[in-house]
Design a protein around this ligand. Structure first.
Ligand SMILES: C[S@@+](CC[C@H](N)C(=O)[O-])C[C@H]1O[C@@H](n2cnc3c(N)ncnc32)[C@H](O)[C@@H]1O
Length: 308
C-alpha cells in the first residue's frame, strides 16, 4: 500500500465486507472502486492470489497508490467502472467476488485543489477523473437555471433547489468552492451541524461524475461477471444510491423458484458505534451483498423446498 494511505483512508465496514464476501484461498476478486487498496489488501491477505485481482479506479492518484498490489500481480484499470466492466464482460472474465465501495475517498475531500469540499478554498472542479471535460464550474456558471434546479433536486434531494438555483443564476460566475458555499449559507439558514451547502455540493459532484448513471448501468454487468457461487457487495453512502442497489438486488433474488441470485444480506449492514467513532465516513455507509446461486444449491433446494 502507498505510504500514509492506510491512515488517510480507512476502509469502511471492513469486517462486514470480509464476512459477507467470505474470500477463500485462490479466489478471484474484482474491485471496481479500488481507491487506496484498503479492502483489496484485506481480501488479498485471505485469497493469497494477487494475480487473480483486477483493481479499477477512475482517479489517477488512486491508481498510483495501487501500484504495490500491481507489483504483486494485480491488474490495474484506470477507467470508470462502467467502461471497465463492459470491457471485462466483452473478454468473458468472471470473478468469485466483486466489490463496489461507491463515492469519493477521504483523500478527495481532504484535497482542496480537487474542489470536492465546501470547507476549504479550491477550484469548482469535483472530477474524480481529471481527464474528463465536465467540471462543477461548467455546471454552476453555464447551465440554465432550470437544469440547476433539476440537478439539485434529483442528485441532492435539496428542498431549497429553486431558491439556490435562482441565487446561483443571479450571482454567477463563481470563482471557487468557498465563494459558492458562502453564497448558499447567506440565503439558507443553518440547521444543526449540517452546512447549508452540503446537498448542493453532493448534487454537483454526482452530476460531474455521472455517479447514478454509472451505478444504474453497471449493476447488471457486475451480476453477469460473477462465477456460480460468486458474491457481489455494494457499499453506498446515500439513499439515492442505496435505492438503486436495493431494487436491483430484490429483482434478481426475488422469491421465484428459478431466481439466479440470493440475498446474503437481508437488510443492509451498517457500521456499529465503534466503527463510526473511529471512521466517521462509515456513519452513512450501507453494505448490500448478493450471491449467484450454484446449480448444486438449486438442486438441493428442489430436493428439499422448505429449506432455504
Ligand atoms: C470510497 S473510495 C474506495 C476506497 C477503497 N475501497 C479502499 O479501501 O481504499 C471510492 C473510490 O472509487 C473511485 N470511484 C468512484 N466512482 C467510480 C467510478 N464510477 N468508476 C471508477 N472509480 C470510481 C473513486 O475515485 C475513489 O477512489
Amino acid at each position: 500500500m502507498h505510504p500514509n494511505t492506510q491512515t488517510i483512508h480507512t476502509p469502511v465496514l471492513l469486517s462486514a465486507v470480509l464476512k459477507c464476501l467470505a474470500p477463500h484461498r485462490g479466489e478471484s476478486y474484482l474491485d471496481v472502486t479500488a481507491g487506496y487498496g484498503g479492502h483489496a489488501t484485506a481480501v488479498c491477505q485471505q485469497t493469497e492470489a494477487p494475480e487473480r485481482m483486477t483493481l479499477v479506479d477512475r482517479d489517477a492518484t488512486a491508481i498510483a497508490a495501487l501500484q504495490p498490489l500491481a507489483d504483486k500481480g494485480a491488474a490495474l484499470m484506470h477507467a470508470d467502472f462502467l467502461t471497465a466492466s463492459q470491457s471485462l464482460a466483452e473478454k468473458g472474465d468472471q470473478y468469485d467476488m466483486i466489490l463496489a465501495d461507491l463515492g469519493v475517498s477521504s483523500l478527495h475531500l481532504d484535497s482542496p485543489e480537487r474542489g470536492f469540499s465546501f470547507r476549504a478554498k479550491g477550484p469548482l472542479d469535483m472530477r474524480m477523473d481529471s481527464r474528463n471535460q465536465l467540471t462543477a464550474a461548467t455546471i454552476v456558471n453555464e447551465y440554465d437555471e432550470q437544469a440547476l434546479v433539476e440537478i439539485l433536486r434529483h442528485n441532492g434531494e435539496e428542498p431549497r433547489a429553486k431558491k439556490i438555483a435562482a441565487m446561483i443564476a443571479a450571482r454567477r460566475p463563481f470563482a471557487d468552492t468557498l465563494e459558492l458555499a458562502d453564497a448558499i449559507a447567506e440565503i439558507i439558514p443553518k440547521k444543526g451541524k449540517i452546512h447549508p451547502a452540503t446537498r448542493t455540493f453532493q448534487a454537483l459532484r454526482i452530476a460531474v461524475n455521472d455517479e447514478l448513471g454509472q451505478l444504474e448501468n453497471s449493476l447488471d454487468l457486475w451480476l453477469s461477471l460473477l462465477t456460480p457461487g460468486g458474491r457481489l457487495g455494494v457499499i453506498s453512502f446515500h439513499s439515492l444510491e442505496d435505492r438503486i442497489v436495493k431494487q436491483v438486488f430484490a429483482k434478481v433474488s426475488g422469491e421465484r423458484y428459478d431466481a439466479d441470485f440470493r440475498l446474503v444480506t437481508k437488510k443492509p449492514v451498517v457500521g456499529d458505534d465503534t466503527e463510526i467513532v473511529f471512521n466517521p465516513r462509515s456513519r452513512s455507509a450501507k453494505l448490500r451483498v448478493v450471491a449467484k446461486i450454484k446449480n448444486t444449491e438449486r438442486e438441493r433446494q428442489y430436493a428439499n423446498p422448505r429449506k432455504k
